[in-house]
Design a protein around this ligand. Structure first.
Ligand SMILES: O=C(O)CCC(=O)C(=O)O
Ligand SMILES: [Fe+2]
Length: 254
């Protein structure tokens, strides 16, 4: 897969990226902002949290979270989701349903370290708010997440998703949807073959390392898809936490 070079603006700032008080130097982590076209944006913080803190969280979550590997429906077929999962949400929110599966919503109080992690994410992203969390556990390179967008109605039209990686690093890909919603009108005049070629060039990749935070914003879910593909040589476990904001009344959006 040929990947276009990213248009990356790197800022070095004093973001509060680590909740532990003795890690001031690590708090000066680099923050990369990738401005995608038509109002989509990805922010990447490779060292959001210190190595040691990230391992402490990994060990806790790996052993204490009630992981489950549900049966889901993909293209009309039932299959085992190719990774473990768990869902946490604030009380009273509409229920999440994806791929025909409705996960049980655990409480933040069930796992106090999650509240600490949420606090660290909020501190790093002033002005952002998250009230739900989807956890994934990839138990080696055969576990993956296929191409998808987190564009469920309950997240609204421009959801912000903060994605924390703990443990084994994995590649994360973004590719632009070949849909008309994100096309400029001049596309209509282009031959289809040219259009497809140009769309396939619209791909980006990130290596999601231990302790990194990737944030998708704006119209990224409407216009782009993302995936974490299989990696045959990988054996170690990766835990991923995606923080999201669930609208209390998604019906009011439409
Ligand atoms: O594991 C990741 O980095 C991505 C997970 C993801 O896309 C999801 O849970 O929707
Ligand atoms: Fe996703």
């Amino acid at each position: 897969m040929s990947l276009r070079r990213l248009k990356v603006a790197v800022t070095v700032g004093g973001e509060a990226t680590d909740p532990s008080p003795n890690n001031e130097s690590e708090n000066k982590a680099k923050r990369q902002t990738v401005v995608l076209d038509n109002g989509s944006e990805v922010v990447f913080m490779p060292r959001f949290v210190s190595f040691d803190q990230a391992w402490t969280w990994f060990d806790y979550l790996n052993t204490h979270i009630p992981w489950t590997r549900p049966t889901i429906r993909v293209f009309g077929r039932s299959c085992l989701q190719p990774r473990d999962t768990c869902y946490v949400a604030s009380p009273g929110l509409p229920q999440l349903v994806y791929s025909g599966y409705q996960p049980h919503a655990y409480s933040w109080d069930d796992h106090p370290p999650l509240k600490q992690i949420l606090e660290a994410v909020h501190k790093a992203l002033p002005g952002s708010s998250f009230n739900s969390l989807l956890l994934n556990r990839y138990k080696g390179g055969n576990d993956y997440v296929g191409w998808h967008s987190d564009d469920e109605k309950l997240y609204g039209s421009t959801p912000e998703i903060g994605s924390l990686t703990l443990g084994c690093e994995r590649e994360f890909f973004l590719k632009k949807k070949p849909s008309k919603t994100c096309q400029e009108s001049r596309d209509d005049q282009e031959p289809k073959s040219k259009r497809l070629k140009r769309n396939h060039a619209d791909q980006h990749s990130f290596t999601l390392k231990h302790g990194s935070l990737l944030v998708m914003r704006g119209y990224t879910q409407r216009d782009w898809m993302h995936s974490v593909p299989k990696r045959t040589k990988v054996e170690a476990t990766r835990i991923n936490l995606t923080f999201r904001w669930v609208l209390e009344d998604p019906g009011a959006m439409s």
